[in-house]
Design a protein around this ligand. Structure first.
Ligand code: CP
Ligand code: NVA
Length: 306
């Protein structure tokens, strides 16, 4: 049975830590792992992407494999061919699938009906590859993960859901501040609370950004309007007070860093000034997508062969 990375919690805490350690090695020696030699990895995108597409294409190449970019709208998926058949067909040509789409269930189904590893490159519910790179970045800046506090300020979207789960699994306190009605997904909260019982961390949901960032080592934000929600621009009015700026940061730990998964809408979820002050962290975070995903693929394929 292939291993998948559809949900952040598909890997155990130890496995995630092992992948992060290996990503640090690959960052120093990018061509040292040729696990994907003679393998073709399909990259299906039903939504736009800059970082995810590039980091997977380059990463698969650096590991000796062939990335096959598949624009979702150019496939029969866009004409109603079902996921069950798509999974069975693609499994006959490809050695793995990376997919970015709307419905999380579709990615679960792709993994269920196919016979090759499936990696979630973002759904409306989770963005696990981003959080893997984020955790690597946090470890780079603080030398550890356990015992830190991450505050997420903004929309309770796929990033909020995955960060909550990731923090609870890996031993970071997490506080999520959103406007009322924009809280994270309740299933994600339940999952995080289950992990929190094991790791002993605090998982907090609040509507007060200042409360959330109190004592935080990491202040994280993301767009207020995610891909696929373009019709909901009016909701931005409800996000007053949720901009990550120097004033909000004054409530965080004095050595706090600011993180953003990008793309950023400066002047909305983050001020231009704060963004530029933490640009080094934010672009390292973007770079780490490449290293973390390569380490993940190596992990999934080594497990496949063992
Ligand atoms: N952070 C992220 O996933 O960026 P892209 O949408 O550009 O892939
Ligand atoms: N929440 C954003 C993340 C982009 C990387 C979106 O889904 O559009």
């Amino acid at each position: 049975m292939p291993r998948h990375f559809v949900n952040f919690e598909d890997l155990t805490k130890d496995e995630i830590l092992q992948v992060i350690d290996y990503a640090e090695k690959l960052k120093k020696d990018p061509f040292s792992d040729q696990t994907l030699k003679n393998k073709s990895i399909g990259l299906i995108f039903m939504k736009p992407s800059t970082r995810t597409r590039l980091s997977f294409e380059v990463g698969v190449y650096q590991m000796g494999g062939q990335p096959v970019y598949i624009l979702g709208s150019s496939t029969q998926l866009s004409r109603g061919e079902d996921i069950k058949d798509t999974a069975r067909v693609m499994s006959r040509y490809l050695d793995g699938i990376v997919i970015r789409t709307f419905s999380h269930q579709e990615v679960e189904d792709l993994a269920k009906y196919g016979s090759i590893p499936v990696i979630n490159a973002l759904t409306d519910y989770q963005h696990p590859c981003q959080v893997l790179a984020d955790m690597m970045t946090i470890k780079e800046y603080f030398g550890k993960l356990e015992g830190l506090k991450l505050a997420y300020v903004g929309d309770g979207n796929n990033m909020a859901n995955t960060l909550m789960i990731g923090c609870a699994l890996l031993g970071l306190d997490v506080s999520v501040a959103t406007p009322p009605m924009y809280e994270p997904n309740s299933k994600a909260l339940q999952t995080a609370l289950e992990f929190a019982k094991e790791t002993g961390v605090n998982v907090e949901i609040t509507n007060d950004p200042k409360e959330a960032v109190k004592g935080a080592n990491i202040v994280y934000t993301d767009v207020w309007v995610s891909m696929g929600q373009e019709g909901e621009k009016d909701k931005k009015k409800l996000f007053e007070g949720f901009t990550v700026d120097d004033n909000l940061l004054s409530y965080a730990d004095k050595n706090a860093i600011v993180m953003h998964c990008l793309p950023a809408h400066k002047g909305e979820e983050i001020s231009e000034e704060t963004f530029e002050r933490f640009a080094d962290v934010i672009f390292n975070q973007a770079e780490n997508r490449l290293h973390a995903q390569k380490a993940l693929m190596s992990f999934l394929y080594k497990n496949l062969n063992s």
